[in-house]
Write a protein that binds this ligand. Structure first.
Ligand SMILES: Nc1ncnc2c1ncn2[C@@H]1O[C@H](COP(=O)(O)OP(=O)(O)O)[C@@H](O)[C@H]1O
Ligand SMILES: O=P(O)(O)OC[C@H]1O[C@](O)(COP(=O)(O)O)[C@@H](O)[C@@H]1O
Ligand SMILES: [Mg+2]
Length: 435
């Protein structure tokens, strides 16, 4: 249960400088379409949840421009870094940050750090790039990130040394849960040195696994791309006698991509995700019966599902300390083939794993809009002297989420929530497979 104290955003000091955006705000106050900077966005949104809270209602600080800002734009140098796995929309965010800093606040000194936090570690030898509006023109039309990215931990002391040497006052970290843990260490190091450098995160993860930010940018593009593979697998399966389409999709610990992509076609018969354990002794006969009854079947599996069935898989970590998963999709393919063979039944299985193809594409228009608006919110927060926060959209409103809260847990598909209920409704699969 979230405590109201966990929602307090750290501030570097009082905002005294009139904002260049002030004239846009004079007539604005809270309406159903706008949250005034003095207002707050409720964490809970049902009568029962609010009633259970009593007097103290936990709430987020709203995102958006302030009438007064903390930093003098003429003295600002900003820095941008993109870290972790790729995600559609990274270039939209970079461009949004550069244009908002430049066009709205007149900040022209903007540095791009190459290859994630390595670019903030001079020993790694990456050069720093100057980012200008002209230089970021058209980058949003491409997937990936013009700055490059990386995994692997770096020393926050070295990173803050680098920020100080370069005179950076605002650092924008575009990254996932690991990057936000890194950003937290960086802002703690800045605070310990009593420096005035704002650290603001823009949440990037195709897995959609960062809590309290609603949905991460690029997620919609990624599952739309994944839905193409599901469609292909369905066409293949339906065209063969006893056809089985099996699609494995990214999603280390969270089955959001698998669930949404499966719902997008509404053709899947089974969706297997890490949050809902299943027994293969229950699943395999159910699949065989389905193929016998309907002529074909379509199975969507998240890469993090079924890891418990991969016995003897050695524990391997990537450079950032994330667990490297065993390939359950391939294991499941072999188990399905063995099961049909043992039952002397025909099966024509087509296995598709689009893997990196779903996250390396440019953002779709929905995500491009979202990326730009997140970038705007991030710049407004930083200019107002807010730090150690990540911008997000909570129940349709832009909010500031303190990084310690954003890394306190993992957003996952709730087996008792409405998304998984929709998946169960759409597939007709049982809530659990019993042998
Ligand atoms: N627990 C951690 N503490 C500090 N920094 C971390 C931590 N985990 C990851 N990082 C930093 O964040 C970067 C990206 O993390 P990673 O887990 O690879 O991707 P993501 O941010 O997408 O989750 C890494 O290069 C590393 O420098
Ligand atoms: O790029 P890598 O190191 O192969 O990692 C693949 C992983 O990255 C992701 O695409 C995204 O993870 P992050 O957001 O934590 O970077 C996962 O879905 C996938 O398991
Ligand atoms: Mg991560």
């Amino acid at each position: 249960m979230v405590d109201p104290g966990q929602l307090i955003v750290r501030s570097l000091g009082e905002s005294r400088i009139p904002s260049p955006l002030g004239s846009l705000l004079t007539r604005r106050g809270t309406t159903e379409h706008y949250v005034d900077e003095a207002d707050r966005v409720l964490l809970d949104d049902t009568v029962a949840m609010l009633a259970a809270r009593g007097d103290e209602l936990p709430s987020f600080e709203p995102g958006g421009p302030r009438r007064r800002i903390y930093f003098d734009p003429s003295k600002i140098r900003a820095g941008i870094v993109t870290c972790g796995g790729l995600c559609p929309g990274l270039n939209d965010v970079i461009r949004g940050l550069v244009l908002t800093l430049n066009n709205q606040y007149g900040v022209s000194r903007i540095l791009g750090f190459r290859n994630g936090y390595q670019g903030l570690t001079p020993g790694a030898g990456h050069s720093v790039v100057e980012l200008t509006p002209a230089g970021v023109e058209y980058i949003n039309e491409h997937g990936g990130t013009i700055l490059g990215t990386s995994r692997g931990n770096q020393d926050p002391e070295e990173i803050v040394d680098c920020l100080e040497q370069l005179g950076v006052n605002l650092l924008f970290v575009v990254g996932g849960d690991g990057s936000m843990r890194g950003a937290r260490l960086i802002s703690e190091t800045i605070a310990a040195r009593d420096r005035r450098i704002a650290v603001v995160g823009v949440p990037k993860t195709i897995d959609n696994d960062i809590p309290y930010i609603g949905q991460s940018f690029g997620f919609q593009t990624a599952y739309a791309k994944a839905a193409e593979s599901i469609r292909a697998a369905h066409v293949e399966a339906a065209a063969q006698p006893s056809g089985v389409g099996l699609v494995q999709l990214m999603g280390r610990h969270s089955g959001f991509i698998a669930s949404y992509a499966a719902l997008a076609n509404n053709d899947a018969d089974y969706v297997l995700i890490p949050e809902v354990p299943f027994s293969l002794d229950g699943f395999l006969p159910a699949l065989r019966r389905r193929v016998a009854d309907r002529g074909h079947a379509l199975v969507v599996v998240a890469e993090g599902a079924g890891q418990e069935h991969l016995r003897d898989a050695p524990l391997r970590l990537d450079a950032s300390g994330n667990r490297k998963l065993g390939d359950f999709g391939l294991h499941l393919r072999d188990r399905i083939l063995d099961d049909f063979a043992a039952a002397a039944r025909e099966v024509n299985l087509k296995y598709i794993d689009p893997s990196y193809a779903i996250r390396s594409v440019p953002a779709n228009p929905y995500d491009s809009v979202y990326c730009l608006r997140l970038a705007q919110a991030a710049v407004h927060a930083a200019m107002a002297g807010r730090t150690e926060l990540v911008v997000g959209m909570w129940r349709g409103r832009f909010v500031h989420v303190p990084i310690p809260l954003a890394v306190s847990g993992r957003n996952q598909v709730d087996p008792d929530g409405d998304l998984w209920l929709s998946v169960l409704e759409a597939t007709g699969q049982p809530p659990d497979f019993t042998a």
